[in-house]
Ligand binder design. Structure first.
Ligand code: HEM
Length: 428
């Protein structure tokens, strides 16, 4: 059977950072793919062809089958052909992963490493840190209320609060947060000239990899020092767990150690910031919704879940087929590369009634923003809890909130969301 090929404009949009920045036109292309070619190959000059997976059901099926759809064989995030070749030349064993974290691991390593910290992120343990999180939420609210009735919510509030929370849990002191924030933005926003390290458009794979390697070296240097400290003087934080953990009877090797810190330090904030800012944007646009959730007694769960679906901060992850597999009526061949497009899965008409309406009252919100299966987001309970606590602390303190300018999204194919959200607010 021949492979279905996507029209050029769809193939081009799903790999274009600018398309993720402009958002609505991208949704039109994804809706077309869901209706007409839900599992079809995207061909672009500088990239190896890959299957674009746009339906919720297919994303779930692939995610629940890590034995046949691997993370470690090819890049887990969209990378062009030159970039992959350069990364393979620059990495141990030629595996092409500049960072080796949970995301790049498969069985048997993946579970061994995941279990080292998994219990920290379970709701039972998170109850223990709830008071600390609330303290950070209150400080964020106080800082916002001191801002004279206007702010850029994305930059001034949403970017800082989840960072403070994850750094506190990880064990990074507050004074090092600006450095962590800058490095994360440089890592995830490497294609956005407003955020990347060189502040220029990236025009070659060499340039992109060189820039990423500088960012990774900075992270490694920082976490190397933290490891030494926590081995000498353990504390009640995740850095202590990682620094002193053993896998197969030995300490974690340096590369995996750095990867572990980096995935927790980076996955844990830009994502949650994006969903938090997205929730506030919808409340600023809809006074009725704002009034309802401002009520201290209101249950925020539906608002949080819908904001996560609506924003889908992690826009894709890639998988690679270990063997030939029949799925969604197509034959995927061994070695094929697949893009799980969560942005599309979260607007799938087959799963969500009125998918383009922001509706906190969805009966069973099956949003797939946290992925699914063996690699499902380790921090999903933390992300929900952080968002809920901020809404509980912030909304009752406001009388009104409205947009005060044009919001803008990050231009990135991987982690996206609002980078600017100008609002006007009146304290209660
Ligand atoms: C993995 C999304 C917040 C840590 C993932 C994955 C997604 C995701 C899509 C991959 C799932 C898969 O492959 O099936 C999000 C979103 C967040 C968020 C949308 C916020 C709204 C967090 C937070 C942490 C975190 C707060 C804190 C530590 C991780 C880690 C992984 C991961 C460590 C790798 C898990 C593995 O490969 O086993 N996340 N995440 N995330 N996330 Fe999150």
């Amino acid at each position: 059977m021949t492979k279905p090929i996507l029209p050029e404009e769809v193939a081009a949009a799903v790999v274009d950072p600018v398309a993720y920045g402009s958002w609505d036109p991208l949704h039109e292309q994804l809706a077309w793919a869901r209706a007409n070619a839900p599992l079809a190959v995207a061909e672009n000059a500088e990239l190896d062809p890959f299957w674009l997976v746009t339906r919720h059901a297919d994303i779930m099926a692939i995610s629940r089958d890590p034995g046949r759809f691997a993370n470690g064989l090819r890049p887990t995030v969209l990378t062009n052909r030159d970039g992959e070749a350069i990364a393979r030349a620059a990495t141990p064993g030629g595996d092409g992963h500049l960072i080796r974290s949970l995301v790049q691991m498969d069985a048997p390593d993946h579970m061994k490493y995941r279990l080292l910290t998994q219990s920290w992120f379970m709701p039972k343990n998170l109850k223990i840190v709830e008071d600390r999180i609330r303290h950070h939420a209150r400080s964020a609210v106080e800082q916002m209320l001191a801002m004279d009735g206007t702010c850029d919510f994305a930059r001034d509030v949403a970017a800082h609060y989840p960072l403070r929370v994850i750094m506190d849990i990880l064990g990074v002191p507050a004074e090092d947060e600006p450095r962590m924030l800058m490095l994360t933005q440089q890592l995830f926003g490497s294609t956005d000239p407003e955020l990347n390290r060189s502040r220029e458009a990236i025009t070659s794979a060499e340039q992109a990899i060189a820039m990423l390697n500088y960012v990774i070296a900075d992270f490694e240097q920082y976490f190397g020092a933290l490891t030494a400290d926590r081995r000498a003087s353990p504390r009640e934080d995740i850095a202590t767990v990682i620094a002193n953990a053993t896998v197969g009877g030995a300490s974690i090797p340096d590369r995996e150690l750095a990867g572990y810190y980096m995935i927790i330090a980076t996955a844990g904030h830009d994502t949650t910031s994006a969903s938090t800012a997205g929730a506030i944007m919808e409340l600023a646009k809809n006074p009725k919704l704002f009034e309802r959730f401002r009520d201290a007694e209101s249950d925020k769960a539906g608002l949080i879940e819908e904001a996560i679906r609506w924003t889908t901060p992690v826009q894709h992850f890639m998988r690679s087929a270990r063997e030939d597999v029949e799925i969604g009526g197509q034959t995927i061949r061994e070695g094929d590369w697949l893009m799980l497009n969560y942005v599309s899965g979260n607007r799938d008409e087959a799963v969500f009634g009125d998918p383009f309406t922001f509706d906190p009252d969805r009966e069973k919100n099956q949003q797939i923003a946290f992925g699914f299966g063996a690699h499902v987001c380790l921090g999903q309970h933390l992300a929900r809890m952080e968002m809920r606590i901020l809404m509980e602390e912030l909304l009752p303190r406001l009388k009104s909130i409205e947009l005060a300018g044009e919001p803008a999204r990050v231009e990135s194919v991987f982690v996206g969301g609002l980078k600017r959200l100008p609002i006007r607010f009146a304290p209660a």
